[in-house]
Each structure stands twice: as C-alpha cells, then as structure tokens.
Design a protein around this ligand. Structure first.
Ligand SMILES: O=P(O)(O)OC[C@H]1O[C@H](OP(=O)(O)OP(=O)(O)O)[C@H](O)[C@@H]1O
Ligand SMILES: O=C(O)c1cc(=O)[nH]c(=O)[nH]1
Length: 213
C-alpha cells in the first residue's frame, strides 16, 4: 500500500531548512547495499540517521524542525523516545526549547531493557505520571521502535500527543500510529531524498497479505 506523496506535495511551505536537512541526509546518511532493518525486513538502502543527528548542523536542523512541528501541540510537556535513535534528538530539542517558547520542556529516554542495577529504570529522565509527551525518533520504518516507547510511557501514566520523526521511510509507520489515533509528523519522507519507498509486496509476508499458504 502506498502512503502518499512526499511532504513537498502536502505541506503548504517548503522552508529552506527542510531543503538543507534533505541535502544533509542525502549526502551523509544514505547508504546503498543490502541491509537488515530493526523490523527484520531487508532493504537495498539504509539511512544512518546518527550521521545527521550527531553533527552540529544536523542537530540544529532536526531539533528546530521538531520544535516547529510541536507548535501544533502546545500541551506537550516532555519529549523522548526509544534509545538510541531518540537520544541526540532529545538533547538538541531541549537545548533549543527556550528559543521556541518552551523553557520548561523536559526530556526522557526509554531503554530497550530495564536497567539491571542502580535505579532499575526503563525510562530515564524527570518524567512523571500525568505528563503529555511527544515521541521522537530519527527514522520511522514500521514505527515499531516508537510504539515500544509509547507503550512504556503510557504504562508510566503519561499521555502521548504526537509522534515525530526526522524521516519517514513510508513503510507502514503512519498506519501503525493512525491505528492508535496518534498524530504522526515526519519532517521529511524518503521521497524527499529522491528515493522511492519499498513496495509493500517486497516486505509483507504472504500471511500479512492475506494469501492462502
Ligand atoms: O520504525 P522501525 O521499524 O522501528 O525502525 C526504525 C528504527 O530503527 C533504528 O533503530 P535501531 O533499531 O537500528 O536501533 P538503535 O537505535 O539502537 O541503533 C532507528 O533509529 C529507529 O529507531
Ligand atoms: O528500519 C530500520 O531499522 C532503519 C532504517 C533506516 O533507513 N535507518 C535506520 O536507522 N533504521
């Protein structure tokens, strides 16, 4: 199933920072080859988001883009996500938050497993029950990583208002979040990098497609 066009088609304004971020990801992060993804799928390309989120310019572009996207969600009090895609993004958002009228924004990071010593926590940071939060990630493919973070913060008594990603590969994440009535705001889609998304037939198994065995 196709998930629509590039953001250029659907967003009213194509700001210069968006162009710069697309260029940065194309230049620094895109790798061609054969890759196994977090979901177990295979892909002929990979976008190494860390090469952007861990550069000074990329941190500013993504932090700023995500804070701009958050303007639609003034109720959000905290930003966080699953380590480690979320880690540098949360840091850059917090560093820039004051410039976006959110001086009290807090961050959190969800571990893949509960820490086995010390505080024994799965979620790190000054998060508390009752907060409204945004979930962030560098790349969204199936959305499974953000869903793990969502489940943990909901278990901790928080409410998720929106999911943000620097890049949507257009392979199902939007549908996963929509199924939970969660708004999803990617800064860019894979089409904005000049790459066509993988056809769903290349990654769905026969049972998922509803075929008889
Ligand atoms: O939408 P999904 O199907 O979940 O795929 C996207 C996830 O994959 C990458 O993380 P990865 O699992 O490689 O782990 P890491 O952050 O620990 O490197 C990326 O940072 C996203 O979190
Ligand atoms: O699906 C993934 O695991 C994935 C894809 C991709 O392009 N980049 C990434 O960091 N993770």
């Amino acid at each position: 199933m196709s998930e629509g066009g590039g953001l250029r088609d659907v967003m009213s304004g194509w700001e210069p920072w968006r162009e710069e971020l697309a260029d940065l990801l194309k230049r620094e992060s895109v790798r061609l080859g054969s890759f196994t993804l977090a979901s177990g799928r295979m892909s002929h390309y990979y976008v190494d988001g860390r090469l952007a989120t861990l550069s000074a310019r990329g941190a500013v572009l993504i932090g700023r883009g995500m804070l701009e996207a958050l303007a639609e969600f003034p109720q959000v009090e905290a930003v966080g996500g699953l380590t480690m895609g979320a880690d540098p993004i949360v840091g850059s958002m917090l560093a820039l938050a004051g410039e976006f009228g959110r001086p009290n924004l807090i961050g959190f990071l969800v571990r893949k497993e509960t820490k086995g010593h010390g505080t024994g926590r799965r979620i790190e940071g000054p998060i508390r029950p009752g907060l409204t939060v945004a979930i962030v990630d560098d790349v969204a493919t199936t959305g499974g990583s953000s869903l793990q973070a969502i489940e943990e913060v909901e278990r901790a008594g928080c409410r998720v208002a929106v999911v943000l990603a620097a890049l949507d590969r257009l392979e199902g994440a939007a549908a996963s979040f929509a199924a939970r009535q969660l708004p999803f705001r990617p800064l860019l889609t894979i089409r904005d990098l000049g790459i066509e998304p993988l056809p769903s037939s290349s990654y769905q198994n026969p049972l998922e497609r509803g075929y008889e065995q």
